[in-house]
Design a protein around this ligand. Structure first.
Ligand code: COA
Length: 205
């Protein structure tokens, strides 16, 4: 294990301890933004689970364990990992290719991961923020495929299906550009949402 450094921010320290290298200022900033965006989001599925378990006066570890169970599902926090895997299955990255891919997927009744929301109906305000940072990271790492394909996907899904990106969609490319392994995307979501779960249970009690 790499020891934390006193001179780094919380976000920069996490990335430093992950890789053993100090992250760039941009990467630290984006990771900090990602942690803030995920920290609390009202009464979603995992928070509801936390509240149910908390209402029985179960200990905080049991509260968090049940919340993690709900968050891990692909329709909730497990979506961010699947976004990246899904985007890699697009055979033709052109606008027409992405449109055909989306049509095929929807015809098979497969969900497009990172799109739609149970409460929002036209847009997810968190998407506007993380999309901007994902674009900056794409420029920093010299990406010419993942970010443009993501944007094409967003445009086509809105134009043809009126489905919009939720917070998970551009987090996938942003984390990827930061060099974070895909298997950590959902655990990082947990790490941040812990704040919200704890606050909810405290309020309830
Ligand atoms: N891909 C394909 N179709 C989708 C979709 C998606 N990502 N999101 C919604 N739809 C479809 C639904 O299947 C439904 O179709 P139907 O009327 O033919 O049954 C229609 O759009 C309306 O869905 P809606 O009621 O608005 O959403 P919901 O409350 O049922 O589901 C989610 C909300 C988040 C579970 C859903 O959008 C989803 O599965 N998204 C993908 C997973 C994801 O990104 N999760 C992270 C959420 S922050």
């Amino acid at each position: 294990p790499i020891k934390p450094r006193k001179d780094l921010s919380h976000a920069a320290n996490f990335l430093y301890m992950l890789e053993g290298e100090e992250p760039t200022a941009l990467i630290s900033r984006v990771f900090d933004v990602a942690l803030i965006l995920h920290s609390e989001h009202s009464m979603n599925a995992s928070t509801f689970s936390a509240r149910v378990t908390g209402s029985t006066l179960a200990d905080p570890y049991a509260v968090v364990a049940s919340a993690i169970g709900a968050l891990a599902g692909p329709l909730h926090g497990g979506a961010n990992e699947r976004v990246l895997a899904m985007l890699r299955t697009i055979p033709d990255p052109s606008t027409e290719g992405v449109r055909r891919w989306a049509e095929d997927r929807l015809a098979r009744k497969d969900k497009i991961m990172g799109f739609g929301h149970a409460i929002y109906s036209e847009s997810d305000p968190r998407n506007t923020i993380i999309k901007k940072w994902s674009e900056k990271l794409a420029t920093e790492v010299g990406d010419t495929t993942l970010y443009p394909v993501s944007v094409r996907c967003e445009e086509i899904m809105w134009r043809e299906k009126k489905l919009f990106c939720n917070a998970d969609f551009f987090h996938a490319s942003a984390y990827h550009f930061m060099g974070i392994p895909t298997k950590l995307f959902t655990p990082i979501f947990v790490m941040s949402r812990l704040t919200g779960w704890a606050a909810h249970v405290k309020e309830q009690r």
